[in-house]
Each structure stands twice: as structure tokens, then as C-alpha cells.
Write a protein that binds this ligand. Structure first.
Ligand code: ADP
Ligand code: MG
Length: 710
């Protein structure tokens, strides 16, 4: 009883909810600025203002250990000589020596004061950034302290550097001031900082206790203690996010019923035994098993299927749909573009020929009369599989009994649209979302943590890796000669131009200029060229596309409309114009249009000479790897998680201390701990999970997890 009472008192959050105005040293002016600039409203917010970085004052460098980085270092040594250098860039220069060599200390200002103050031949500790020129190092405006005083100093060795803004520093709220405020606060708040994780978890993972972790994050006693403190706080942040996501997933499974597809019937079996055009890869088999398992339960499937371009997601989609059909249900497949939906339609009709299934295509351009027939047949169950674009989402489209929805390239659709399909009948259909834009695993765990994820991580056998090169525009003639060689071998070529909405008119002109110049270099009748872009009528697009698919044209000039899904195995060269303007995932998607046949394929990235650093990294990454996941990791690093598909809506990315890019390992541990916990104690009823239950209960109240802990 007493224990309970003590815990309860310690958890009493009122103290930490005290408005920041009341903290000694704050006052109304500073409080306003803290609120507007750093969103610090309460004591608690201040305690959870985590430093961005630390300056390491625990290590002393020797002068022969310096490297040309921009890191700050400290060195022990003596000033042996001081001299003024006159003229332009007038400066005071000191020679600073230790037993291993020397560097120069340089001052451009405050000469008089320094000359008077500095003691020659006396041990100092200097601290600052070094510059390197011709292999000799200098340090401008170093912080200097006599070694004797330095040794007596009581300050913490690792200096935390807090987030700041221009306004904060203008108003004199410097890093030192913030640190001071936190120190003041800590003295009072210490008794109110309670443990927020269950003892078994802390013990198993050897986590630093919460109070100690908070203390060390602000006042690190050593590198080691800081690392442990950060680990603990990052773990905590990620753990509760994962707990929330997994709980949602679990609730979904127990609450949302779906139709159980418990039969594996004749369609699936016949297709698998007699009509599969190739042996499935091990990854495809594994994923199918996962899907079958989902469909067999009475819970609604909600699964994300990730697989790189060309990994063979379509056949998995088809076989999943056959399971639905075998159980007496309809299925639909939604694709983001008309071109892609036509391709899916044609491909599936071909594959299903021997099965006697009824497959229909519905697009925006489908004629009213035909549409009416489709609507009718859907409602009376004469259509087994419906394929189409957004047109599937129209209110008039009503299924008799829709059992499975497959969404291809889901990032093209909003989340809302995804929900809309679910409303078509009483039980929600099972949902399989497919994407070829690999999301780094860590991000998927966070953003789609409430979805089940399957991954096809293997390409069908016999594929030759695509060779990717970067060429400057000035080499265009050579590139054209290469294209001619490939065409002479019977291959086909894509040439893609960027089309970005903001500069549409200009891009359109580039495309047309490009088309003209290509037409001149590849004259009829030897060469035939298709062109496809967004301003064409759907029928014309389809016609041009078809000519290329059938091999009547050898070159396809296009904008990114062909980015997704188009499958022409005979095409072996992908030329991307102004490649520096594309994002990594888009480049990778485009490259995925080739390398689908048995021939060696090529991707040529064309650019001008002027390239930004990020563009250079993107181009280098593209030429060095074909692995979509590796690319996705680089993309995440370049762009940050906020820009990656679909993540903008996701509040879970506003992490305070953990870093989704760097802390993938902690994330995995946090997820597995959360998973174990829910498996063992789904309702968090056990006594030892009391704290977790308490913290978790607050989660629904606050968006930011740090708002409830304490
Ligand atoms: P994506 O995952 O990009 O949608 P697709 O499903 O379009 O890939 O498959 C790409 C190509 O690979 C298609 O031509 C398809 O027929 C072929 N394919 C898929 N699976 C296999 C396999 N197991 N063995 C051989 N070829 C396969
Ligand atoms: Mg596909």
C-alpha cells in the first residue's frame, strides 16, 4: 500500500506542469521568448529540451594527431613566441608547442588584451576549431585557460549545445543561459522524475534509470555515461511509439473482422500447378504464404507488400486474388495511371486465359455505355476481377461481394482514398498495398508500424544487373551512337524528360526540343519514335504506348508518365535527361523500366556540368548500386524523413531525441520489446507493468510522448 502511494505521489505531474514563468531566472520576457522560440511552456518542456550536440572536452589532442576536420579540439601546450603580422589581414600570431609539434594560434581582434594576458612558456589548455593549410594547423581565436586552473575547474567535461534561434541569441538567451536554467530546474525537479519503464525491461537491457539519464543528458559526467543516458531516452521514446503502433495493429486484428478465406480452391491450385509461367522465387513463395495465412483468419488483412521494381509483385497479386475468387468473392486491383492499369489488365487476362475468370477494366476514359454494363455485372457478381484507376473509387461502382482490394504503388494514393474502398461493403475487404518504392525498414516500422509488412527481397533468376553510367550533355553524340548500336541489335530505348509541375511550360518545351533533335538524329524510315506525355489525350497515349510495346517503334520519348509499372522486356536502354532534377527513388523507378529481359541493360544519366552536392551524391549512388533499399537509405539521409512518401501526415516522426536514420538498431530492439510485452500481457495488467500502463494511458491524451512522462 505504501509503495503504491509513494509511486503515485512521485507520478503526480503537477509540479512539472508549472509554467516556465515561475522558474528562477526566467521572468515574463524570457518566458515569452522561450514559448515562441522553443515551445517551452512548462518545467517539463525545459527538462525535455535535449541538446543537439556536445563539445567533447574530455579528450586532449596532441598536435601530431590533428586531422583536417572542422571538429573542435583541445590541446595542452605552451606559447613559445608571439608576433604581430602587419598589413592586410593584420593579426597576432602565437606559436603553440607541445612535445609532439606545434600549431599557430591566430587573433584578428583584441590584440592588446591578449598580449598583456598571455604567459609565455606556461602550460595552457586551448580549445577551438582548427584550420589546415599546407599541412600546418592553426586555431583562430582559441579559448585559453591555464592548465593549473583547468585542473581545478569543476564544470562538466562534455558541454551540451542546445537548439537555438537568432532571436534567442539576440535577446541574450545564450546556450550558457539555457544550461543555467536547466541546472536551476534540476535542483527542484529531481524528486519528481520517476521511472517510466518496467523494471524487468530496465534490467534486461541494462538501461540507465530515468532520473540519472536525464541528468546525464544535460550534465554528462563522461562520454560513457552520456552514451548510456542517450540510449535510455531514445529507447524510451521509440518503445512507447512502437507500443502504440503494435497495440493499434493488435486491436485491429481482434476488432476488425474480415471474411475468412479458408479454402484453397481449384483456381489457385490449377494455376499454381499447371499455368505458372515460371517458378516462383523463394521470396514470392514466402510472401504468398504470409498473405494466405492472413486471409485464412477471421481478421481483416492490412498488409504492405514491398518489393523492388521487377521483383514480381504482380503474380503475387494475381494469386492472392485467385484465393478470393476460390472463396466466392470478387477482387479488384487499383493502379495509379491509365497506362499501368491497361498493362495489368492485359497481363492478367493473358495469365488467366486457361482459368475462365471474368476480368474487366474500368478507367476514367471508359465509355458511358460500357461503364453501365460494368456496373451491372459488378453488382450481380458476373465480374470476378476488376482492374482500374481512381475510377474504381466512384460511388456508382458497387461490388456484389468484394473480398480483396489490391492497391499498386500506393504512394500515389492518399490515405483517405485507401479508406474509401473499404466502405464498399459491410465487412471491409482484405487490403494488400504494393509498393516498389522501398522504404527503409526503420522508417517502415515507424510510419507503417500498424501495418503488417511483407518484403520480396529477391529478383527472379537470370536478370543481369543494369549498368548505370553518368554522362555529360557534351557527350550526347557518343550516347546517340550507343543507342544506334543497341537498336541495331534489335533493342528498344526509352528517353525520359523531367516534367515538374511548377515549371511545366519550360519542361514541355525541353521535351519537344528533345524530341525534334532525336527525330533528326534518328530519321525515318530506319527509325520509328513514340512520344508520350501528360498533355496528350488518353487514347493517343495508349496508341503510342502500344506501338512501342509491339516493337513498331524503337525509341520512346516520354515524360515521367512511364515511371511506374510499364513492362517492355525488349527495352534495354533508359536515358534520363536532366537526371540531376530527379529524386533518387524516381531515378530508380525509371531505371526499373529496363533490365526486364534476358539482355544486358543500361541506364544513362544525362546532366550538364553544373551539379549541386546532393545531385552528385544521387548520381554516384545510382551508378554504384541497383539495390532499392540501399538507395532508399541514402535518400532518407539526403532528404530527411519528412519528405519521404506519405510520412508527412504521420505525427510519429516528430522525435525529440531518437533519430530515425541513425537509431535503427535501438528502434528494432524497442519494437521487439514492445512486441514481447504485448504478447505476454496484452492489456498491461500485470503488476510489474503498472508503470507502463500508466504512461501508455496518457498516450491517447498527448501527441508528444514526452508530455506525459513525469
Ligand atoms: P514488379 O514487382 O515491378 O511489379 P512485375 O510483377 O511486373 O514486377 O514482374 C516483372 C517481370 O518479372 C515480369 O515480366 C514478370 O513476368 C517476371 N517475373 C515475375 N516473377 C518471376 C519469376 N519468379 N521468375 C521469372 N520471371 C518472373
Ligand atoms: Mg508492378
Amino acid at each position: 500500500m505504501l509503495v503504491v502511494l509513494v509511486i503515485f505521489t512521485a507520478m503526480n505531474p503537477t509540479f512539472l506542469q508549472t509554467p516556465i514563468d515561475y522558474l528562477k531566472g526566467v521572468g515574463p520576457n524570457r518566458a515569452d521568448i522561450l514559448r515562441s522560440e522553443l515551445q517551452i511552456h512548462t518545467y517539463q518542456d525545459l527538462i525535455h529540451l535535449f541538446p543537439n550536440r556536445y563539445i567533447d572536452r574530455t579528450r586532449y589532442y596532441k598536435t601530431n594527431e590533428l586531422a583536417p576536420t572542422n571538429a573542435e579540439v583541445q590541446i595542452i601546450g605552451k606559447v613559445t613566441q608571439l608576433k604581430m603580422i602587419e598589413g592586410k589581414g593584420r593579426r597576432l600570431v602565437a606559436t603553440f608547442k607541445d612535445d609532439y609539434g606545434s600549431i599557430e594560434l591566430v587573433w584578428f581582434r583584441g590584440h592588446k588584451w591578449i598580449r598583456e594576458k598571455i604567459k609565455l612558456q606556461t602550460p595552457y589548455v586551448i580549445f577551438g576549431k582548427t584550420n589546415c593549410y599546407n599541412n600546418s594547423f592553426s586555431m583562430p581565436h582559441p579559448e585559453m585557460e591555464l592548465l593549473s586552473e583547468h585542473e581545478r575547474g569543476l564544470r562538466s567535461m562534455m558541454q551540451p549545445i542546445y537548439p537555438s534561434t537568432e532571436k534567442l541569441s539576440n535577446k541574450g538567451i545564450t546556450n550558457k543561459v539555457i544550461h543555467g536554467l536547466i541546472q536551476t530546474l534540476f535542483k527542484e525537479a529531481a524528486p519528481h522524475l520517476f521511472e517510466s519503464l518496467a523494471a524487468p525491461i530496465c534490467e534486461r537491457l541494462k538501461l540507465m534509470p530515468r532520473k540519472e539519464a536525464l541528468l546525464n543528458v544535460h550534465f554528462p559526467q563522461s562520454q560513457e555515461a552520456l552514451a548510456k543516458a542517450q540510449y535510455r531516452l531514445k529507447f524510451e521514446e521509440l518503445f512507447y511509439i512502437q507500443l502504440q503502433l503494435l497495440q493499434k495493429n493488435l486491436a485491429h486484428k481482434t476488432k476488425i473482422k474480415g471474411y475468412p478465406f479458408d479454402k484453397v480452391g481449384p483456381l489457385f491450385t490449377t494455376f499454381y500447378k499447371d499455368h505458372l509461367p515460371f517458378e516462383l522465387t523463394a521470396a514470392q513463395k514466402r510472401v504468398l504464404k504470409e498473405i494466405r495465412k492472413d486471409l485464412g483468419t477471421h481478421a481483416q488483412m492490412n498488409r504492405l507488400l514491398q518489393g523492388d521494381v521487377g521483383s514480381g509483385k504482380t503474380i503475387v497479386a494475381l494469386m492472392s486474388m485467385l484465393i478470393a475468387l476460390d472463396n466466392g468473392f470478387q477482387a479488384c486491383l487499383m493502379a495509379p495511371t491509365a497506362i499501368l492499369s491497361v498493362q495489368h489488365y492485359e497481363g492478367l487476362v493473358e495469365l488467366c486465359k486457361p482459368l475462365n475468370t471474368s476480368i474487366y477494366l474500368l478507367q476514367g476514359s471508359t465509355k458511358a455505355s460500357e461503364r453501365k454494363i460494368i456496373h451491372q455485372k459488378l453488382e450481380n457478381g458476373e465480374i470476378d476481377i476488376l482492374i482500374g484507376t481512381h475510377a474504381l473509387l466512384e460511388d456508382k461502382v458497387k461490388f456484389k461481394n468484394l473480398g480483396l482490394v489490391i492497391i499498386d504503388e500506393q504512394h500515389r494514393f492518399g490515405v483517405k482514398q485507401r479508406g474509401k474502398l473499404w466502405l464498399k461493403n459491410t465487412y471491409p475487404p482484405h487490403v494488400l498495398v504494393m509498393t516498389a518504392t522501398p522504404i527503409p525498414r526503420t522508417l517502415a516500422m515507424t510510419v507503417y508500424g500498424d501495418l503488417d509488412v511483407s518484403v520480396i527481397d529477391e529478383l527472379p533468376p537470370g536478370r543481369k544487373a543494369i549498368k548505370t553510367v553518368h554522362r555529360y550533355d557534351s557527350n550526347r553524340l557518343k550516347v546517340f551512337a550507343f543507342i544506334k548500336d543497341e537498336i541495331a541489335k534489335g533493342r528498344q530505348v526509352y528517353i525520359v524528360y523531367p516534367l515538374i509541375q511548377e515549371s511545366e511550360a519550360m519542361d514541355y518545351k525541353d521535351l519537344m526540343d528533345g524530341y525534334e533533335s532525336i527525330s533528326r538524329s534518328f530519321p525515318k524510315p530506319d527509325y520509328q519514335i513514340s512520344i508520350v506525355h501528360g498533355q496528350m489525350k488518353p487514347d493517343d497515349k495508349a496508341y503510342e504506348m502500344q506501338r512501342f510495346v509491339e516493337g513498331q517503334t524503337q525509341i520512346m520519348v516520354a515524360t515521367t508518365v512511364i515511371e511506374v509499372g510499364v513492362n517492355v522486356p525488349n527495352a534495354s536502354v533508359m536515358i534520363i535527361e536532366s537526371a540531376e532534377r530527379f529524386g533518387l527513388s524516381q531515378l530508380h523507378q525509371l531505371r526499373g523500366r529496363v533490365g526486364r529481359g534476358a539482355e544486358q541493360s543500361y541506364c544513362i544519366l544525362m546532366t550538364g556540368f553544373k551539379l549541386s552536392n546532393d545531385s552528385k551524391i544521387r548520381l554516384e549512388t545510382m551508378t554504384s548500386t541497383n539495390d532499392g533499399f540501399e538507395l532508399a537509405e541514402v535518400d532518407l539521409k539526403l532528404r530527411g524523413p519528412g519528405d519521404i512518401m506519405g510520412t508527412q501526415q504521420s505525427g510519429v516522426l516528430h522525435l525529440k531525441i531518437a533519430d530515425i536514420i541513425k537509431d535503427g538498431t535501438i528502434l528494432k530492439i524497442a519494437r521487439s520489446e514492445a512486441y514481447q510485452l504485448l504478447k505476454e500481457d496484452p492489456l498491461l495488467q500485470k503488476e510489474e507493468h503498472r508503470i507502463i500502463r500508466f504512461v501508455y494511458a496518457q498516450l491517447s491524451k498527448y501527441k508528444n510522448i514526452w508530455n506525459y512522462i513525469s
